[in-house]
Design a protein around this ligand. Structure first.
Ligand code: NDP
Length: 483
């Protein structure tokens, strides 16, 4: 054998050994992480979910579309912001194939498509997971224990808050906010700043253009990192100004609302009178729930096994911004969701879950009836109607103030409906689109939504201006109802 052939043989041998070693390692790794598939345990339990999806942004709902279309019973726990970050995005022009559309419209279409194939979408949140036993244990916000054969994590990312800036905490919801699409209407003809230089900052500034008089974007570095397309859109508005190399050092107010900010610029310190501060300084992955259960990247994102959406735990997959350190785009999240769904489908086949077995345990599937929420609560159309209700009512009135595109408000609505249905004779619940009746904004000093006001005998006895879990909302409401 000549030298060249010998070299080829040795190379082929080394490659062969490496490949066997690599796949052997993958397989061993896979088996090592694979828990005992205790089918007996599945058969003795109720609340079984073949595919549980935690989170309902583009990743979660795309995954739900695929798994439900593959005839796998799929339950989506939608989490605190049903529909995810696109619910607070106005114009989306980079979702392939649709030109321009509002973010909430896209998410509505995807959720309808998933439901069409049988996915169950719940206004519920998972508060605890246990991946050390299989079927995997998930605890809902109401303390219901459900058992998942496969889990897809798509919990997304949440806006970052400024840290160590005096006034931020004090004036949160009173002029400091992270949601322009929810709160822009409160800043008609007012002066506002947007903090940040990414796509979210550009997006929030654009959402404010319909209302604010002057919008100043405060960028901490020398340039914005927003895409060229978004920066071009900003240039169309002569009342949007961008200041570079600047940082907020303090947020000031009169005790009730923001009145100004202190700035540090390359020219020194400066005071700027303003009415609102919109934060858009990046996002952090929502992964705290899975701490100690699966592996993470050094940046705090969920780690994948190479080239799949599988996490370090067999049968648990991750998709979207919770596991995407690099791209963080809605369309990428959607593609990740599809991949996670295909991986989950393959995993279930691999462990022996097929249509025959699904039929056998079908009656154990978790599928709570969510249509028992009762009638729609009364929508207020005029200030006269509102005043008549509060002056004539002998029971407390809970007014749920919202705006059309506020996704957190949509999330809260079923809880208000549930209270209205369950305590029919002891409370009156109404919902008020604050943009339709702006007089009530002034009357109750509302500068953010969702906002709840409880009125008894014409007097305000309770106020709350944030998202609550169902239990927190029930605790809040029943305190006044039972008084
Ligand atoms: P990014 O991480 O892209 O940008 C965050 C911005 O905030 C940066 O300019 C950063 O400055 C700045 N920043 C961070 N911390 C501070 C601070 N403490 N004080 C002042 N400024 C600060 O986050 P985004 O939320 O904007 O975007 C996240 C992802 O979502 C991106 O991939 C983006 O492309 C995508 N997205 C896309 C949209 C679209 O296509 N329509 C809309 C919205 C988001 P610095 O640059 O100096 O680090």
């Amino acid at each position: 054998m000549n030298i060249f052939l010998r070299f080829l043989c040795v190379t082929a041998l080394i490659a062969g050994i490496s490949a066997v070693g690599y796949y052997g390692y993958r397989l061993r790794g896979y088996k090592a992480r694979t828990p005992q598939y205790n089918w007996k345990a599945v058969e003795t339990k109720k609340n079984i979910i073949p595919v549980a999806i935690i989170g309902s942004g583009p990743a979660g709902l795309s995954a739900a579309l695929y798994t439900s279309r593959a005839h796998l019973h799929t339950v989506v726990f939608q989490g605190p912001q049903a529909g995810g970050q696109l619910m607070s995005t106005s114009e989306v022009e980079n979702w392939p194939g649709i030109g321009k559309k509002q973010g909430p419209e896209i998410m509505k279409a995807v959720s309808e498509q998933a439901q069409h194939f049988g996915a169950v979408l719940l206004n519920d949140t998972i508060k605890k997971v246990n991946f050390s036993v299989w079927p995997y244990e998930l605890t809902t916000s109401e303390d219901t224990l459900v058992y998942a054969l496969a889990v897809i994590i798509s919990t997304g990312a949440s806006p970052e808050r400024l840290k160590d800036v005096p006034g931020e905490e004090k004036y949160w919801g009173k002029g400091v906010t992270g949601c322009a699409i929810c709160d822009a209407a409160f800043y008609k003809d007012k002066d506002v700043v947007v903090v940040g230089g990414g796509d979210s900052a550009a997006e929030q500034a654009l959402q404010l253009t319909a209302y604010a008089r002057h919008i100043t974007i405060l960028v901490r570095g020398e340039k914005m990192r927003a895409s060229a397309a978004m920066q071009d859109r900003l240039k169309r508005f002569d009342y949007i100004k961008i200041i570079y190399n600047t940082a907020i050092t303090e947020i000031e107010g009169d005790g009730e609302h923001v009145t100004g900010i202190q700035l540090k610029t390359d020219k020194g310190t400066q005071h700027m009178p303003i009415d609102g501060v919109f934060l858009a300084i990046g996002h952090k992955p929502n992964t705290a729930l899975f701490k100690d259960q699966i592996a993470f990247t050094p940046g705090g994102y969920i780690a994948h096994q190479c080239r799949t959406q599988e996490t370090s735990q067999a049968g648990v997959f991750a998709a979207g911004d919770a596991s995407d350190e690099r791209y963080r785009q809605a369309a990428v999240a959607s593609g990740d969701g599809v991949k996670a769904a295909l991986d989950a489908e393959r995993f279930l086949q691999h462990i022996g879950f097929d249509e025959i077995y699904a039929k056998k345990i079908e009656r154990k599937f978790y599928d709570p009836i969510i249509s028992s929420l009762g009638d729609e609560i009364q929508a207020i159309e005029s200030i006269e109607q509102f005043d008549k209700i509060i002056s004539e009512s002998t029971v407390p009135v809970i007014a749920d103030f919202y705006t059309k595109f506020c996704s957190s408000c949509l999330q809260m609505l079923p809880f208000v409906q549930a209270i209205a249905a369950q305590m029919k004779d002891r409370v009156i619940c109404v919902k008020v689109d604050i943009e339709k009746i702006p007089e009530l904004k002034e009357r109750y000093s509302i500068s953010t939504v969702p906002f709840f006001v409880v009125i008894k005998k014409g007097l305000v006895v309770g106020r709350y201006n944030d998202v609550m879990t169902k239990r927190e909302f029930f605790d809040f409401a029943t305190r006044f109802i039972n008084e």
